[in-house]
Design a protein around this ligand. Structure first.
Ligand code: TTP
Ligand code: MN
Ligand code: MN
Ligand code: MN
Length: 375
């Protein structure tokens, strides 16, 4: 029932960054199907098609009611023929045969399992699939060559595929805070990614670190990592140095998703805590308090204070929201937005900003709070 919502008065904007997209919405039965199509297109390295299905799903997430008839979709943007066909099928039959058979297919399931390994992308997974491999255990059994990242990915496969809870994210946050304040007093740390958008579960935990005195944050990561390693809190880490140069990087360059901050992709060893005990409060019998731990993926990023607002905006997501922010900036405003800076190609100057609000304003967009960026 569409309580007090007139479908004809809904003005759905076409860029995700112009819309409010809450975490919980009314059309998961449709969006989950469209996201399977998107995932499948990504496995086939068809980026354009993958994004198109993701956009279609995203529009439905922003609708304030549950779609009942095709008529209600008439005025909505981003719904291509294929998406509409699938939606129609689900509205009529409750399910889409195309999507269900895709979900069940050996290729889809193998690609999901293989790309679900930390350090494995679509290219590698596809090559393995064509060699007859289907799962992480197939890789071990056949003795595949794995890099250090993939070795960790296979070793901790089950745990890394178990969603991280907000509670676990907060526990990791406490550890990171302790590490950071020990090696650089006065540094600030902020929870990013899905958890900043209000998610209860995530595939990893993302943190952004800065210091109000510009320059103090330089070479901070190796110190944080040493502090953590000395306490046996890391199972894996790969640190990349800051390689951002304003003169070389921003204007003219095609919008690039990968930023150049000092960063660390890691796997934390999170020691036993309340949630590791069973519902009866009893710890699994095979594990003592001292030995229980689980592996959790953590991303750490260090930003200079002057770029902190851009880094915050860039690391909050969702990925589609970020993509459309950059597209909006380029196509509608002749500006180039990255996680480091905003360059105005008409004025030929960088735009400074202290907050996300200022960036939205400069882009001519209404401010959307993190919890409504779940596009
Ligand atoms: P993710 O951690 O991949 O995604 P998420 O936190 O939204 O969802 P999940 O719960 O599955 O973890 O990325 C978080 C944000 O970081 C995302 O908006 C994109 C951004 N990001 C970059 O800006 N540069 C990068 O190199 C990467 C990997 C992510
Ligand atoms: Mn099609
Ligand atoms: Mn994340
Ligand atoms: Mn991440």
């Amino acid at each position: 029932p569409k309580q007090n919502v007139n479908v004809n008065t809904i003005q759905m904007k076409s860029y995700a960054c112009q819309r409010r997209t809450p975490l919980k919405h009314h059309n998961s039965h449709l969006t989950e199907a469209l996201e399977v199509l998107s995932e499948n297109a990504a496995y086939g390295e068809n980026e354009g098609r993958s994004v198109a299905f993701r956009r279609a799903a995203s529009v439905l997430k922003a609708l304030p009611y549950r779609v009942q008839t095709m008529d209600e979709l008439k005025c909505l943007p981003c719904l291509g023929d294929h998406s509409q066909r699938v939606i129609k099928e689900i509205l009529e039959d409750g399910t889409s045969r195309e999507v269900e058979s895709m979900r069940q297919s050996e290729q889809f399931q193998a690609m999901k399992a293989l790309t679900g390994i930390f350090g494995v992308g679509v290219r590698t997974a596809d090559r393995w699939f064509r060699e007859g491999l289907r799962s992480p255990s197939d890789l071990i059994r056949t003795g595949q060559q794995l890099n250090r990242e993939q070795q960790a990915g296979v070793l901790y496969y089950d745990e890394l595929n178990k969603p991280v809870t907000k509670h676990e994210a907060d526990l990791i946050g406490d550890i990171v805070k302790e590490a950071v304040s020990a090696v650089l007093p006065g540094a600030e740390i902020q929870l990013m990614g899905g958890f900043r958008r209000g998610k209860e579960l995530g595939h990893d935990v993302d943190f952004l670190i800065t210091h109000p005195e510009e320059g103090k944050e330089e070479e901070l990561m190796p110190k944080i990592i040493s502090w953590l390693e000395e306490r046996d809190l890391l199972l894996y880490q790969k640190t990349t140095r800051n390689s951002y140069l304003e003169k070389k990087d921003a204007p003219g360059r095609p919008p690039n998703n990968m930023d150049r901050f000092e960063r660390c992709f890691s796997i934390f060893k999170l020691q036993g805590h309340a949630e590791t005990t069973g519902s009866d409060g009893v710890r699994p019998s095979n594990q003592s308090e001292a030995s229980y731990w689980r592996a959790v993926r953590v991303d750490l990023v260090v930003s200079p204070y002057s770029q902190f607002a851009f880094a915050t905006l860039g690391w909050t997501g969702s990925k589609l929201f970020e993509r459309d922010l950059r597209r909006w900036a380029g196509q509608e405003k002749h500006m180039s937005l990255s996680s480091h800076a905003l360059y105005d190609s008409v004025q030929r100057c960088y735009v400074r900003a202290q907050s996300e609000e200022e960036i939205f304003e400069y882009l001519g967009l209404e401010f959307i709070p993190p919890c409504e960026r779940n596009a």
